[in-house]
Design a protein. Structure first.
Lengths: 530, 127
């Protein structure tokens, strides 16, 4: 733990303040989240910038706030890959996916696929991939919550996981997408503000010279110029490229991010949302790397590692230092605020993940696969609420079991599955006339199987640095499967299509999809304002 | 048959498969859609390929040309750092170019398509 007992008092005050505010927002959202569109997509009434901020909130996770700063503080330049890999993913979204998706779908990514392909097999396969992505991501966040809680708050990891789990279920259960969105927006503003404040405070110590900051970081790291060059973290060159591809191509296949585009009234607002994300998240990601270099320069490697081996404490320790140091009121208030904000961010991100998974289960699996489309909206919401509880309980249980394992690779894996399974099918559905159901199912299955399979036989799971079989050599040396699994996903989709008969219905419906995707004609409409 | 009669609802609970097809050519909407698609291929595709190529080149340079990217450009700021920041700049620029272009070249066509169909884009649909 980083701070003293009365530091914890400040943290608790900030933290409970945020919980109270978020529960207030949930209560206020209840009325608007009652019907299906309200529950799943906030009635499609958000403005472009509101949705943009909410998506930005999804990116300002503990993994980016603590993780990127920590990685940069310990390994220098290599930590930057995560930051610019995340932002490049938005090129794919803004140019190719956001607007057509908003126009064509209803609640989930699979809607776009099912518009022209046979709904049941495609939705079933897509649900497997989307729920897999959601669970990996959820697990990484919850285990992270436990670790971070014990670092920053006077609370046991187990209790932290259960507390976060229960709160997220409450937000989603009662407030649906409306509450999830507003909690996310409030948090995004808090995290962005905190990051900005720390960055300005930090840069003022270096007369706002990036050059001076970087030299100080390089000198303090003991590695000299090598600290500012690639190679300290990614010792396998191909792994850097592989992770980079996964991050950039996976974003457009993340169910919890993409379903947010349904929360705005028209496609133009989807474009506006994406532009807001690029602006806000771009600035934020640059600042987190600056904070990482700042922590390397001012806090120092030894102190950071002493608090947490993975470097997760770099940002809070830097806050302590910038506020005046250990034992000062300024230092303790600042670190308390940062700790509480970090916890708030986990809560909001986890709520966004769980509503996405619940929507996949209710809308895709229950309504369209089990009931073949014959289910009322009321039932769909009811099933989604049950799914929220079920996914919540499952995620909490899994997180409690795996909490001592290093599951940081799960976020990278979630991106790889999204890039290898969801992305090929979305792009083919939107832009390739000949595409058919067999191709879609082949891409989804091959994408999920190759991404997960490669990680299972790779160094993150087996071998000396893995979770099990530590005396066996991993079958492949790549931690990140993207460079192999993404081409496999695209290839499977192509082969599955060209090796099977042409599906004339799919090709005809492609024309209808094109009209709808490009003009928004016939698209789902937002709820009327009150 | 008017286009509006051929495409009610959307992918609602009745199932997407119940939307009648194909679109009537005579409405002229198809020509507009083709034009939108053509313009997107002309502008969006090159924009995407350029920015993605820049990204992949950067990844490869960072992995396989450590000597090159370690070259210092301004004080302790090396090429690697400049390339990393350039990814943000390229993404910002791509988004700005696309938004400005779409507002001028795509949005009016979308309004035209809706005008033909006798609706305004932002208004609630008949359900």
């Amino acid at each position: 733990m980083i701070v003293s007992a009365h530091g914890h008092l400040f943290t608790s005050l900030f933290f409970f303040g945020f919980i109270a505010l978020s529960l207030g927002l949930t209560w206020w959202s209840m009325r608007r989240a009652r019907d299906a569109a309200g529950f799943f997509v906030a009635g499609r009434r958000l403005t472009g910038w509101q949705n943009g901020l909410a998506i930005s909130g999804d990116y300002m996770s503990a993994a980016s706030f603590l993780g990127i700063a920590g990685l940069v503080s310990l390994f220098g330049f290599d930590g930057l890959l995560y930051s610019f890999g995340f932002i490049v993913g938005w090129v794919v979204i803004v140019l190719l996916v956001a607007e057509p998706l908003r126009n064509s779908g209803k609640y989930t990514l699979s809607d776009v696929m099912a518009f022209r392909l046979r709904a049941r097999p495609v939705r079933a396969a897509a649900a497997v991939s989307s729920v897999t992505i959601g669970l990996f991501y959820l697990l990484a966040q919850l285990v992270g919550a436990g670790a971070i809680a014990s670092l920053l708050l006077p609370i046991q990891p187990d209790n932290a996981i259960i507390l976060v789990g229960i709160l997220m279920v409450v937000y989603v259960l009662f407030g649906g997408m409306v509450a999830t969105t507003y909690v996310q927006i409030v948090k995004a503003v808090l995290v962005f503000g905190a990051t900005m404040f720390l960055t300005v405070l930090l840069m003022s110590r270096f007369n706002f010279s990036v050059d001076a900051l970087l030299s100080a970081a390089a000198t303090a790291s003991g590695k000299g110029d090598a600290f500012l060059e690639p190679g300290l973290y990614f010792t396998n060159k191909l792994d850097l490229v592989s992770l980079g591809l996964g991050l950039a191509l996976g974003t457009a296949g993340l169910p919890h991010i993409m379903m947010r585009f349904y929360t705005v009234p028209v496609a133009k607002d989807a474009r506006t949302s994406a532009n807001w994300v690029i602006g806000v998240v771009g600035l934020y990601l640059v600042m987190t790397t600056v904070l990482g270099f700042g922590a390397a320069a001012l806090v120092g490697r030894n102190t950071i590692i002493a608090a947490n081996k993975a470097g997760n404490s770099a940002a809070p320790l830097l806050a302590l230092q910038l506020g005046g140091g250990q034992g000062t009121l300024g230092g303790e208030i600042l670190v308390a605020f940062i700790s509480a904000v970090t916890f708030a961010t986990i809560l909001a991100v986890v709520a966004g993940l769980i509503i996405a998974a619940a929507t996949n289960i209710a809308h895709d699996v229950y309504t369209h696969v089990i009931k073949a489309g014959a289910s009322s909206e009321k039932t769909e919401v009811k099933v989604a609420k049950l799914a929220t509880i079920a996914v919540g309980v499952a995620a909490i249980a899994l997180a409690l079991v795996t909490k001592s394992l290093n599951v940081a690779f799960l976020v990278g894996l979630a991106f790889a599955v999204a890039a290898s399974a969801n992305l090929p099918v979305i792009l083919y559905s939107l832009y390739w006339k000949r595409f058919n159901t067999t191709g879609a199912v082949a891409a989804l299955i091959a994408g999920v199987a190759s991404a997960v399979g490669l990680v299972l036989v790779g160094p993150a799971v087996i071998g000396p640095k893995g979770l099990m079989l530590t005396d066996v050599q991993p079958l492949i040396s790549l931690i990140n499967p993207g460079i192999i699994s993404i081409p496999i996903g695209f290839l499977a989709g192509w082969l599955g299509t060209v090796l099977t008969a042409r599906d004339l219905t799919s090709e005809e419906r492609f024309l209808a999809l094109q009209v709808r995707a490009l003009t928004g004609f016939g698209s789902e409409q937002g709820a009327k304002s009150h | 048959m008017a286009l509006s009669e051929t495409m009610p609802g959307g992918v609602g609970h009745a199932g997407a498969s119940q939307i009648p097809l194909p679109l009537a050519d005579k409405t002229g909407a198809n020509a507009i859609v083709k034009e939108i698609a053509r313009r997107r291929v002309q502008v969006v595709l090159p924009l995407f390929l350029c920015s993605f190529a820049a990204y992949v080149t950067t990844l490869l340079a960072l992995s396989y040309f450590p000597g090159l990217v370690g070259h210092k450009m301004f004080g302790s700021i090396n090429l690697a750092y400049v390339l990393a920041l350039a990814q943000f700049a390229i993404t910002f620029l791509t988004a700005i170019i696309y938004a400005l272009w779409a507002r001028r070249a795509i949005d009016p066509l979308v309004s035209d398509a809706f005008a033909i169909l006798g609706r305004a884009p932002a208004m609630g649909s008949v359900r």
